[in-house]
Ligand binder design. Structure first.
Ligand code: FEO
Length: 174
């Protein structure tokens, strides 16, 4: 069993991951409505990945005999003034998620809950990638700012992003 504090915090994190999924789905739909099919695809993959993150945490609580309690998912913003603004918000949001994951790792360390600490290592590494990919996208969009053909090419490139299931799920039976 986990400590009550860690159990509650992981339940909160499941909600935060689902909220992130919903945020990126909203960005995908906004991009789609503005004709950026590649950007829409990029955020659609992100929506799938965030659901994986929630799924990993749900599997973990279940495996530790801790009940998953689902809470309402708060409303998300649905309109952005530009693609750049979407990626800027993505980076800001991922930094917040990093601090939430760090907080979970701190509680697990405090509890000397080594299994939880071990499970969280995947998320700590994932957050490094999440922040880096948002930053890379900001640089890419800034590089073509004001250049319609450049944005068209970038959008085409982003259409090729493919979803791959997160590794902890690929090896789990659930
Ligand atoms: Fe679940 Fe984008 O971190």
């Amino acid at each position: 069993m986990l400590s009550e504090k860690l159990h509650a915090a992981i339940n909160e994190q499941i909600n935060a991951e689902l909220w992130s999924a919903y945020l990126y789905l909203a960005m995908s739909m906004d991009a789609e409505s503005k004709g950026y099919k590649g950007v829409a695809n990029w955020f659609y993959v992100q929506w799938l990945e965030e659901q994986d993150h929630a799924h990993i945490l749900m599997n973990y609580l279940n495996s530790r005999d801790c009940k998953v309690t689902l809470k309402p998912i708060a409303e998300v913003r649905t309109e952005w003034s530009s693609v750049l603004e979407m990626y800027e918000e993505t980076l800001r949001h991922e930094k917040v998620v990093t601090s939430l994951i760090n907080n979970l790792a701190a509680i697990a360390a405090e509890d000397k809950d080594f299994a939880s600490s071990n499970m969280l290592v995947w998320f700590i590494n994932e957050q490094v990638e999440e922040e880096e990919s948002a930053r890379d996208m900001i640089f890419a969009v800034e590089a073509v700012e004001g250049n319609k053909y450049g944005m068209y090419q970038l959008d085409k490139e982003l259409a090729s992003r493919v979803y791959t299931q997160a590794s902890p799920l690929a090896t789990s039976e659930e």
